[in-house]
Ligand binder design. Structure first.
Ligand SMILES: Cc1cc2nc3c(=O)[nH]c(=O)nc-3n(C[C@H](O)[C@H](O)[C@H](O)COP(=O)(O)O)c2cc1C
Length: 156
């Protein structure tokens, strides 16, 4: 049997979808060339027009799937408008997909702060400097913002 076929164990675990998801994500971590935690995140705007883009899954448990983004991005605004979203993982190396949809909750400040503290300095500066989803005034403006945040952001 190829590893992409479902086994009877999968059906037992299907009664516990989060456990099956954990197993599949772990399998993907071994077989995907990069970003096994990459997931398409779909949202809908105020006119009902759908939108989709990739994000990185940063945690999950029975209460939900966690990703981080900028509230001022298109996805941030769309989620704040509808408080609903859908996700689709696709692990090509395993020929498996997992689909998730439902209401969105904002993680606690403590959880977000704990995640932020794990990010490398360059990523924190990029997050501050990037006006996610909005047109770049110019490449120079972005580089200037990065330089300014780099200068003002304490090392550590
Ligand atoms: C593999 C991959 C992972 C990404 N992860 C994130 C993420 O975790 N959070 C995020 O805000 N954007 C992430 N992005 C960028 C988004 O796909 C998107 O380009 C950006 O957030 C603006 O999206 P929006 O205009 O729909 O809000 C990722 C892009 C790729 C290709």
């Amino acid at each position: 049997m190829s590893e992409t076929e479902l086994t009877s164990g999968d059906f037992t675990e299907a009664a516990e979808p989060f456990r099956l998801f954990a197993t599949w994500l772990e399998d993907a971590t071994k077989s995907e060339p990069n970003d096994p935690n990459g997931v398409a995140l779909a949202t809908v705007d105020a006119d009902g027009m759908p939108d989709v883009r990739m994000v990185l899954l940063k945690g999950f448990d029975e209460s939900g799937f966690v990703f981080y983004t900028n509230f001022e991005s298109a996805k941030g605004r769309e989620i704040l408008g509808s408080m609903k979203a859908a996700m689709c993982f696709h692990w090509k190396s395993l020929r498996r997909q997992v689909r998730v949809r439902g209401p969105v909750e904002i993680v606690s400040d403590a959880e977000a702060d704990a995640y932020y503290a794990t990010r490398p300095r360059g990523s924190r500066i990029g997050a501050w400097a990037s006006k996610q989803s909005r047109p770049l005034e110019s490449r120079f403006a972005l580089e200037k913002a990065v330089a300014e945040y780099t200068a003002s952001y304490p090392l550590g």
